[in-house]
Design a protein around this ligand. Sequence first.
Ligand SMILES: [Zn+2]
Length: 350
Amino acid sequence: MKLAPNRLVAALFLLALPLAAACGGSGKSGSATPGEGLSGTSSDFTANDGKLKVATTVAPLTSIVVNIGGDRIYVHGLIPAGVDSHTYEPRPSDAKILAKADLLIMNGADLEGTTAEIAQANLKDKSKIYKLADNTLSGEDEKTGFLYDFSFPRAEGRPNPHLWMDPQYALKYADLVRQWLSANDTANAAYYQANFNKYAALLRQLDEAIRKDQETVPPANRKLLTYHDSWAYWARRYGWQVIGAVQPSSFKEPSAKELADLINQLKAEKVPAIFGSEVFPSKTLEAIARETGAKFEQQLRDDEPPGKPGDPGYTYAGMLVEDMKIMFSVLGGNANETAKVNPRNVFLTD
Ligand SMILES: [Zn+2]
């Protein structure tokens, strides 16, 4: 299909305006916390039995903490699944939870809006704020450091924070969680180590399965154009190309100029598919896909596990398994090996 960029951009720009209210989240802001159903343990921090009370932020990180801490900690995920974490404004109830928490484990790298400030003001001991990304990467080396790109330009000084989408970094996150839980609860260090060993095996299996499955995608299709810019580290891990992201660094809908650039890029790169995001539904992206003939898929997730709390696959690993099934099949491959990974929680129970 031929594209008339100027007319399309004008139409899309108009289309984007009424959508502004829908940006930055899918509107799901209920009281459910990611910790619920991920851990099977109480997360309201009212207990007084000596177990560590660990606050976390987004659901994938909560899932990692749950797998290491198992039933010997209480976990509360502050940012509800499906809510935009990048611009998150903590609620009064978050301050109350943080006041009771022994530690806060967050991503850092400027994800999580103003959560760190609220934690500074409310946590009993400010030294107990732990940042995963900041302890995983440093520097800006293109192969080993933080990445800056479309939605996270170097000029703004905030790196792409989505390290966890690479299972190798999730493994590093899990090891950091093990260290921090052990340092604050030495009596259970051996238990946290045993859980880490089981979880590390699962994440290595996941990484290997993804590596095998991505080879089923024709090489010319191993490129991603997404709405939300969350696949940079994943792509670096498996040697794929992220050719662009639609969402500007403001997390608002793209401008007419940005749309025009994008459309030119789509024409030049012969992009087979465009991927939307569960958390940031975009009618603009859908319209671009329709105009260019690219397939449009909007179920990829980076913040929110699939299914519902309590489901066996409502985990970090479950999220990646479902993402791979969608992504590889849309691009002409399959996720047969990844589908064999059992993404359930692996922690040992007493
Ligand atoms: Zn994100």
